[in-house]
Design a protein. Structure first.
Length: 394
């Protein structure tokens, strides 16, 4: 009885990997299609699994399928599979798919292999294939580690992205082995223990890679769901609850000497707009207001919809004078903007109330109330104005 931990024949291991990869391809295709979960990334993963499965299947069937498919075709499929994997990972951060870098490795390798006859000593072929695969795997590992570092600690990020680096190292080792004095480089179908260990490791790493990418995709989905619970569905700014949480967090920083200010905004004549042009026009006007005012806020600022036609902007590290400048710029920009509905123009203006948080404010609500009172003062004085309500005013 064979007691080796790698007891199995290479063909069986290759068949197991092909089956696993085909199942993975179906899973990712379902994620991209019917479930519509990170469709671009999932489609790349489905393609990567399918191409690697095709590579292993055609390799295992050497002598059965045509030599062009079993040798050159198998190498082309494997390189394309790793290129597809590497291309999809940046999509997890909504970045463009990284097809160019993969193509720069895949195309020269494929053209070089096409010029080499698949007879006799195949070590040069193996150097090209395994070097290209190692480089693509390492690039994918670096991208995955960067994605994980945005969400997890350093150690856990390294652990989860590790399978890609291990695969890259294993493939690089296979490339280095081609420089040995052996006249023929060992084939994946060889039954020697080193090759069996490589196949077992590849099987395990493929499982871990698919699991890691599934974790990243599902994490992205969860974050998107969480974001939806914090967004106003119409204007895509923060909803009232999320904005109040942000203001309360800023109020805690106030105790450490970090000032902040609020700008309360209320669109003028909104009811009249709804009555004249309809509620769809009112929704479009609110979206236009957010679009215009968004150009006047910094990345650190937070805009939220308090309800109806009322919005609020949180300005960290800003005093009352700074808030007045921001609010006046908003007011002027909105007044100068253009809005029309079904060919009918409508002037967009808003009334602005500003308030600076003070150490004497018991809570964030006190600042909100002053900003709200300033906004109502602007309304009472004719609209399309910026007004403040000082803390000492009654």
């Amino acid at each position: 009885m064979n007691s080796s931990p790698f007891a199995a024949d290479p063909f069986t291991l290759l068949a197991a990997m092909v089956l696993m990869l085909l199942i993975g391809s179906v899973f990712w295709a379902a994620m991209a299609g019917s479930l519509n979960v990170a469709p671009k990334v999932s489609a790349c993963m489905a393609l990567a699994n399918l191409l690697v499965a095709a590579s292993l299947a055609t390799h295992a069937l050497r002598g059965v399928v045509p030599n062009l498919l079993a040798f050159w075709g198998s190498d082309v499929f494997s390189l394309a599979g790793l290129a597809a994997l590497r291309a999809g990972i940046p999509g997890l951060s909504n970045k463009p798919l990284a097809w160019r870098s993969g193509l720069l490795i895949w195309l020269p390798a494929v053209l070089s292999l096409a010029c080499l006859p698949y007879v006799g000593d195949l070590r040069v072929h193996s150097r090209i294939v395994f070097s290209g695969l190692a480089l693509l795997a390492l690039m994918a590992g670096i991208d995955t580690w960067r994605q994980l570092r945005q969400r997890l600690r350093w150690g856990l990020s390294a652990l989860l992205s590790g399978p890609l680096f291990v695969i890259g190292a294993m493939l690089a080792q296979r490339a280095l082995e081609t420089f040995s004095k052996a006249p023929h480089y060992p084939d994946l179908l060889d039954a020697e223990h080193g090759n069996l260990a490589f196949l077992w490791s590849t099987l395990a790493m493929n499982l871990l890679i698919n699991a890691t990418l599934a974790f990243l995709v599902l994490t992205k989905l969860i974050l998107q769901i969480q974001q939806l619970t914090r967004e106003d569905p119409l204007t895509r700014v923060l909803n009232r609850r999320a904005l109040q949480e942000a203001i309360e967090t800023e109020h805690l920083r106030l105790q450490r000497g970090k000032p902040y200010a609020l700008v309360m905004i209320d669109m003028d004549h909104f009811k009249q707009l709804n009555d004249s042009l309809g509620h769809a026009a009112g929704d479009a006007a609110l979206q236009r207001l957010v679009e215009v005012l968004g150009h006047s806020v910094r990345d650190v600022d937070r805009m939220g919809r308090m309800g109806g036609e009322e919005f609020c902007v949180l300005l960290p590290l800003t005093d009352l004078a700074g808030a007045a400048l921001v609010a006046e710029r908003m007011r002027w920009t909105l007044e100068q903007s253009q809005f029309s509905w079904q060919g009918k123009p409508w002037p967009l203006t808003a009334s602005f109330g500003i308030a600076e948080a003070l150490p004497s404010d018991a809570n964030a609500d006190a600042v909100l109330i002053r900003a709200d009172q300033g906004m109502y003062r602007a309304k009472a004085q004719g609209r399309n104005l910026v007004q403040a309500r000082e803390a000492h005013e009654r």
